[in-house]
Design a binder for this molecule. Sequence first.
Ligand code: MSP
Length: 513
Amino acid sequence: MSRSTFYITTPIYYPSDNLHIGHAYTTVAADAVARFKRLMGYDVYFLTGADEHGQKIERAAQAKGKKPKEYVDEIVLGFKDLWARLLVDYSDFIRTTEERHRLVVQQIFERLYEQGDIYKAAYEGWYCTPCETFWTLRQLVEGNCPDCGRPVELLQEESYFFRLSKYAARLLAHIQEHPDFIQPVSRRNEMVNFIKSGLEDLCVSRTTFSWGIPVPFNPRHVVYVWVDALTNYISALGYARVNDALFKKYWPADVHLVGKDIVRFHTIIWPIILMAAGVELPKRVVGHGWLLLDGGKMSKSKGNVVDPHQLIDRYGADAVRYYLLRELPFGADGSYSEGNLISRINSDLANDLGNLLHRTLTVLSKFGGGVVGPPGVPEETDRELIELARDLPGRVALLVDNLELSEALGVVWQLVNRANKYLDETAPWNLGKDPVKRDRFNTVMYNVLESYRFITVLLAPFMPGFPDRVWPQLGIAARPELHSFASLTWGRFPPGVSVERGTPLFPRIETEK
Ligand code: MSP
């Protein structure tokens, strides 16, 4: 039987500048989900990439005295380097400047034109370059862009338009019939209201700059950057190409993970493009919140960005990933501060998670020669711990499925905390001294080691570097069959292996200067 597939995407980022910690959040979240699904045995395809066209990028390149392609090539190398350093394991990286992408965008544009969904008309509108969006006078807020608040320019051009209005009713019906299509519910309601207030046809070409994909039948125009960008999710799979095996296998996407600012593009423009092109719609679009800095949006154009490289240098990729994934509850904003990051490391990682292993291995080395014997008959307090561990894989899997990653980590920490408390309650350092209590000592040690195996397997997708540091300490580095999701049935930890105390997994960060 073939394995179930799972296709997850991140937005493709603008290479107008280097990425900041807010972008890293989206990609790390998608990576954690992709890894979790792989761990569960799914055949996963995880796509990320770069959105390289548009006036903003053309201008950024000009400002640096470079040709656009030369400029984006450099920045994209930086993207890939950042993802490697953050242990992001994508299946493919799509660049909108690639030929394989251009062909698909042009083909779709042409098809929609031929079937009358795209038409030519004169146009005058207020254009926000940073947002690459036209607004009507009525939509402006105090004369500025309603999205970002920056000044807009009045542009007049002959343009191609896409009949969004024609598909509005069908899109609404789809949203009603597929309650999971837009998540969280608050964003879904927003989108429904937006569509009900009436969709205007969308201007989908530009003549004021040339850094884009030419409209195939009128190359004076380039394709509007959002139509270009959104198409990446299928062009990367070889849609409409001779070799479309990936498209056949993985489309429709299971999840498009996006920030809340771009939910509208993904739940209105993208589905309508697909409907018009006769392609199935993605199953879910999930909009996450923002990582705020000093209460406001972190943005390259405001200059208040946090460089992920510095954080990785200081704290390591696993800790940075953990912090990001723990800090933003599903769909909500969170605020970034290095102080919070340090307290998460010290309390959750060093104190709770790291110490649990360290204490256990110290006691086992001291009183058991570093070897755990087979467990005896469980007592009430053991049963409580074991039941919590047994239920954990299912509970975490469900939360990950819902993209509730912070909540999923919270559930893993229930076991971390319970196991620490269990050690306090059972005090194996006393049991170990008494030969009559050897059986009880083994039982306690066994239960904590087995709990730690569960914890390590379940944390692997969130902190991919973590298990490789734990397995040798638990003495099961050479037992990959005990590292899998499927192995999480209680009692598989092998008695008799030698544990090996290592250096602390997460050293405390000293804050006083
Ligand atoms: N190029 C478009 C996406 C096209 S997808 C077909 C774009 N690029 S972006 O580089 O500006 O942003 C990409 C993603 O980063 C968005 O989902 C955005 O929400 C996310 N983030 C940017 N700043 C962020 C935070 N401060 N916090 C969380 N996410 C943030 O939009």
